[in-house]
Design a protein around this ligand. Structure first.
Ligand code: ZN
Ligand code: ZN
Length: 263
């Protein structure tokens, strides 16, 4: 059984997840989870491919599931709010994420596919990867300062297809960290890319190390889009985080934040 028995970044058929909410809950119970939080992608009117188009239906299903399984697992209703998404009311928590960079009137996805990233790079930023990074992190900082979310989602998602390296990029990323020093939001250690076998967790090691040194706190999540992803690599990642200077993790127990010391 994993040390962390909670995942609050979970997608279902209500957005771009592969499984139903009920299937996710059943597997979470089987895996010994104490909490599961659902976080559909917020509605983005300029991109309907992946977002939750009927939040009321999601809410209704959540209440139905809670009635059935509420005595076996704590269920939380959240959202993964894109910087340009719409925020519904009465939620247990908010994950704030950036999936788009905006140039003029155009929203460019940075993570839908390699092609989408290249489109953003060429048509939005004349091929300048660093300019794209500046825009991405600026969007993130502003979103976090405005929304004051419980969790900052996949801090450096742009790296999925951007494959960033080099000192200039590091400076841009760490400047964003500096600008968020006063935040009370937890930083998500997101294992979504690990499950897809496309790389390591977000944020990159140098960002986690810098954040850990500067008093940021973290929460581990799978960004699960299917039942198999729930709890995937939790224990391995905890061990790895210790080597990066992270000595405690937070998780949600009901609506409270709880802390686990990593020793
Ligand atoms: Zn996301
Ligand atoms: Zn997500």
């Amino acid at each position: 059984m994993p040390l962390i028995k909670s995942n609050i970044h979970t997608h279902t058929e209500f957005c771009d997840g592969r499984n139903s909410m009920e299937q996710m809950v059943q597997v979470a119970i089987k895996k010994g989870f104490e909490t599961i939080g659902f976080s559909p992608h917020s509605f983005t009117k300029f991109d309907l491919r992946y977002c939750c188009k009927d939040f009321n239906a999601f809410r209704q299903e959540f209440m139905r599931i809670k009635t059935i399984y509420g005595d076996k697992i704590k269920l939380l209703m959240g959202i993964e709010l894109d910087a340009y998404g719409e925020l519904p009311k009465n939620l247990d928590y908010i994950i704030a994420s950036v999936h788009y960079v905006k140039k003029g009137d155009n929203y460019y996805s940075v993570d839908s596919s390699k092609l989408h990233f290249e489109n953003a790079l060429i048509n939005g930023f004349c091929g300048d990867k660093l300019k794209l990074a500046e825009c991405y992190f600026d969007t993130l900082v502003k979103a976090v300062r405005t929304i004051k979310p419980d969790v900052i989602g996949h801090f450096d998602l742009l790296d999925l297809y951007g494959k960033y390296e080099g000192e200039q990029y590091k400076q841009i990323a760490l400047t964003a960290v500096e600008r968020l020093k006063e935040t009370n939001s937890l930083v998500e250690i997101n294992l979504g890319r690990c499950f897809k076998r496309m790389g390591g967790a977000y944020p990159a090691d140098f960002i986690v190390q810098y954040m850990a040194r500067h008093g940021f706190d973290f929460i581990l999540s799978n960004d699960a889009h299917c039942t198999d992803a729930l709890g995937y690599m939790f224990d391995e990642e905890v061990e790895r985080l210790k080597t990066l200077g992270v000595n405690r993790l937070f998780y949600f127990d009901g609506t409270d934040k709880k802390q686990i010391e990593l020793i």
